[in-house]
Design a protein around this ligand. Structure first.
Ligand SMILES: Cc1cc2nc3c(=O)[nH]c(=O)nc-3n(C[C@H](O)[C@H](O)[C@H](O)COP(=O)(O)O)c2cc1C
Length: 459
């Protein structure tokens, strides 16, 4: 059981050795497995007909460096080439808008009939580079490429201005991004229904562009994820008390996609699912039904587990599990040592924040059928020790693949370093300083301002 650790105050990362880290985890009564042997990260894993060559993945990280028509730019190519040289078995491409009017930034990627060839160039180049890297590391199978498709919902922007497309009113979420109730819209049932088709068409384009699968993004407070907690959306097929209604858009899209690609068993339909956002009931998802809770609310995974099992019944056999709404509170999604400007330090130890997200994925793993492949998050905070944690987590069956977000910006060769030297290079590691998140908040192109010279002077 997850006990909320209010008794341990925030302390930044200070562990010089694996022993120091283990001792601190022990002091905090955090049960996270740390392994000194990392060979298990080299093992392949199979989802349906698709083999993923090893247990490390790049998590989706928005670069906001697309051209204005949503195509990958030179900077986008550069980011993915760096990943492809790193040795991971799976590259989960960043949030790509399903249409121009639901982007969260004018420079977000948008996949369209006009630019599908540009995406094709990107996947083909990345695939070739991945092949070379994986071969040189002794892997027999090819790297897999998944595209995350998203509708930014409440976090949409039009011509650089915030234009929230909400599924229901939540003044607190509005305040967090400084928008007023009158700005933007509440999306209607008809409009939600129309979106289904756009999503299907974009998935078809993603296949044409050379991806191995698509992620119907259902996390971090964006449209589909917001619907999961839309209890206050009244008189709607897509909201109210029942999870059936709140997950209707999500499951309808998945079901349509499975029918569409039924004959094409090599194309993966998957999702990055936010299983807990910490927002107190009734506005939160994955939280206990208790009145007057404070943030972060107690965890209750009954609905998320129900949802994940429904996805399994719809033949979804690979899921990427995450938590939090980073537009509201960042540390649930990405534990850090330094917050972005103007944000107070969390009132919990960052190792607890990291533990929470790993624990959530492990509960989902334990309560779903064995052949559901679960990808977990929250590893970058552990810096040079992240590979030891990942190996421990895989060994204990708490997840099947460990995904790295900020580490991929800072040190895209982290996987190679683990496979070759058994530990991540400390001098290249992410330091959880939130500078990449700060870039995102300011609408700039994102990258690592500490480790990557390309972004050092962009602050
Ligand atoms: C700059 C930035 C961009 C991100 N972009 C995405 C995204 O496109 N899609 C997504 O699902 N998560 C996104 N995330 C969240 C990461 O994928 C990841 O879940 C988070 O950073 C925690 O993992 P980490 O500790 O390895 O960084 C982003 C995070 C950051 C800091």
């Amino acid at each position: 059981m997850f006990v909320h650790p209010s008794s341990h105050a925030f302390e930044p990362f200070k562990y010089k050795t694996l022993e120091d880290l283990k001792n601190e985890l022990k002091r905090l009564s955090i049960s996270l497995p740390i392994s000194s042997i990392t060979e298990n990260l080299c093992e392949a894993i199979q989802s349906k007909h698709i083999i993923i060559p090893n247990r490390l993945s790049i998590q989706p990280m928005e670069g906001f460096d697309a051209t204005l028509n949503g195509s990958p730019s030179d900077l986008t190519f550069r980011r993915y080439k760096r990943y492809a040289k790193g040795g991971v078995g799976l590259i989960w491409f960043e949030a790509t808008a399903i249409s121009e009017d639901c982007r969260s930034n004018d420079h977000q990627l948008v996949l369209s009939e006009d630019n599908v060839q540009n995406f094709k160039q990107l996947t083909s180049l990345i695939r070739d580079q991945c092949d070379r890297t994986l071969k040189s590391l002794g892997f027999k199978n090819r790297c897999r490429l998944i595209l995350q498709l998203n509708h930014s919902g409440r976090y949409s922007k039009r011509k650089g201005h915030k234009y929230p497309i909400r599924t229901y009113h939540n003044d607190e979420l509005d305040n967090a991004i400084s928008v007023k109730r009158e700005e933007g819209v509440i999306i209607s049932d008809n409009e939600l229904k129309e979106i289904e088709e756009i999503w299907i068409n974009k998935a078809i384009l993603a296949k044409e562009a050379g991806f191995d699968g698509v992620d119907i993004k259902a996390c971090h407070g964006y449209l589909i994820s917001e619907l999961l907690s839309a209890r206050d959306r009244k008189d709607s097929k897509y909201g109210g008390k029942s999870l059936e209604n709140r997950s209707k858009l999500f499951l309808d899209i998945i079901s349509l996609l499975q029918n569409k690609f039924r004959k094409d068993s090599d194309f993966l339909i998957t999702s990055r699912v936010g299983v807990y956002d910490g927002i107190p009931y009734p506005k939160g998802f994955g939280v206990k039904r208790i009145a007057d809770q404070k943030f972060p609310a107690s965890i209750d995974l009954e609905e998320p587990v129900d949802l994940v099992n429904k996805l399994y019944e719809l033949d979804v056999k690979l899921l990427n599990i995450t938590a939090g709404n980073p537009h509201y509170v960042g540390h649930i999604t990405r534990p850090y040592d330094v917050p972005i400007k103007g944000v107070k330090l969390p009132q919990e130890h960052p190792l607890f924040s990291a533990y929470r997200i790993i624990y959530l994925a492990s509960v989902i793993k334990s309560l779903t059928p064995r052949d559901m492949i679960i990808i977990g998050s929250g590893y970058s905070y552990f810096r040079q020790f992240a590979g030891n944690l990942a190996a421990g987590v895989i060994q204990k069956g708490m997840a099947d693949i460990c995904g790295f977000g900020r580490m991929s910006f800072a040190n895209p060769e982290f996987a190679k370093q683990i496979f070759q030297g058994k530990t991540i290079d400390k001098a290249k590691s992410c330091i959880a300083c939130s500078k990449c998140s700060q870039f995102m908040r300011e609408g700039k192109s994102t990258g690592c301002a500490v480790r990557d010279p390309e972004y050092r002077n962009r602050e």
